[in-house]
Write a protein that binds this ligand. Structure first.
Ligand SMILES: [Cu+2]
Length: 111
């Protein structure tokens, strides 16, 4: 009985501290959230897929410091016009919005 009670107390403590973190998150000033939304990251990788219809580009890329580790994943490009002139196997530099993960710029490496 006593043991059950202390477990409940432990669970309660965890809930309370999570709540405090969420509250701190919510009270951050708006301009901080906006600055994060506009943060642009740069990656280098190889195009492994192009979907012109949806404007998506799949890139096998190295680590993007501060955003994600090395991986292969699809990104939406905005505008989709960015896909013009690109083909599978191209090595590219790209700029990606850290919040939406939209590709905003793609530059093909010189051959
Ligand atoms: Cu990723």
């Amino acid at each position: 009985m006593r043991k059950t009670r202390s477990l409940c107390l432990a669970a309660l403590t965890i809930l309370v501290s999570c709540g405090a973190v969420l509250a701190a998150e919510a009270s951050r000033p708006m301009h901080v959230a906006q600055a994060e939304a506009a943060k642009i990251f740069h990656g280098v990788g190889t195009i492994t897929g192009i979907d012109a219809a949806s404007g998506a580009l799949t890139i096998n890329h190295g680590a993007i410091p501060g955003l994600m580790e090395a991986m292969e994943m699809p990104y939406e490009a905005k505008p989709a016009k960015l896909l013009e002139g690109l083909k599978i196997g191209d090595k590219v530099d790209f700029a990606v919005d850290g919040k939406t993960l939209m590709i905003l710029e793609v530059r093909k490496h010189a051959p």
